[in-house]
Design a protein around this ligand. Sequence first.
Ligand SMILES: *Cc1c(COP(=O)(O)O)cnc(C)c1O
Length: 403
Amino acid sequence: MAVDTSTVPDVAPELLRWPIEPQQGGWYTAAEHAALARVIEESDDWRTGWRQAAYLVRFEEAFAAYCGAGHAAGFNSGGTALEMVLRALELEAGDEVVSCAVNFVGPHVAVVGQGGRLVLAEPDPTTLGLDPADTEQRLTARTRAILLTHWNGAVADVARFVELAARCPHPVHGPPKVIVDAARACGGRTPSGARVGAEGWATVFSFESKKLMTTLGQGGMVTTRDPALDERLRLLRGYGGLGESWGTNQMLSKAQAAVGLVQLGRLDEMNAARIARAHARTRALADVAELTLPPTWEEGRHLYYRHNLLVPNAWAGAGRDELMHVLAERYGVGSIISDPVTPHSKTLIRRHTAGQDVPRAERLAARLLCPVFHPRISDADEAAICDAIRRAVADVARTHPTI
Ligand SMILES: *Cc1c(COP(=O)(O)O)cnc(C)c1O
């Protein structure tokens, strides 16, 4: 597999008027500040300190109820949560996990970390999320799980993957588990109208700083309807309980839970602002013939964690890179490729997927760029960014014919 070395524009960050990506996802109001102040105050008691668990229980119950899932278990990050869900599968050598090649590296690192064989699959050309038809072809008698990412906020049809899995049972373990990475889709809805987190065996959320809601910059959650999985996860994150099973400490703190409760209450409103801003940007760029824009979906089907653009096929690779450079150097607009094909972004994944072929993923990732996007960018700045994208495309079109 050729290594795509292009990453971000080679421009000093201080020369960018707008950064390559926002470091904030969900934003805080006086309510989050007050909740945090209260928790600090309450924890100044030698009897209870920071250990009092009621906040975590309340946050987990509220999160499970919001998602329409039976259970929710807090973790200190989405990454550790993914790792523990995969650990709960108790993979044996040769067991396979199918996942989309265009992805954040976190889910793939978790598969490799738990000894699974990572099977890369192709993305859907519209959403760049896992393609069900391609997934079906990659299921074998060794498949233990389908690891489905709601990529950049575009919510996948989880029920469809559950059906696929049911048709291809593992001889010992039954149908492969559908594990959903919803780090970029908290609060979204699937085509059946269910809240993200309600369908599939396990759904993993992240509350890292950039995510749609955040618990002081780090945090995670797993929702499931399987009480046995929930119990197992609680043992894994808490030193195996009082029993003899293995576990470590991956707890979400009291302060994070207190702030998370407030963020959860504001999630729909924050997502609505993000969706409105994304649809407005899509409308503003609608007549730029060279760009393929993200689909305009309503009803929480797309949360626009990023507003990703695809350049024409003829610009794949070099033309896309030039567009990112022009955007940065001439107009001060940062952008990133989120995400490249994971074997390109990490040698560990490359080593573990040698010989696998995902030509559609390679092609789409080479056409992808995500200019800086956030609902809190001022209207004037947003207009300037849209104008810059339009001009930069015209600049590149002068040197790169599209046919
Ligand atoms: C952020 C993210 C994760 C990992 O979350 P952390 O809490 O940062 O460990 C996993 N998958 C995707 C798709 C993400 O965007």
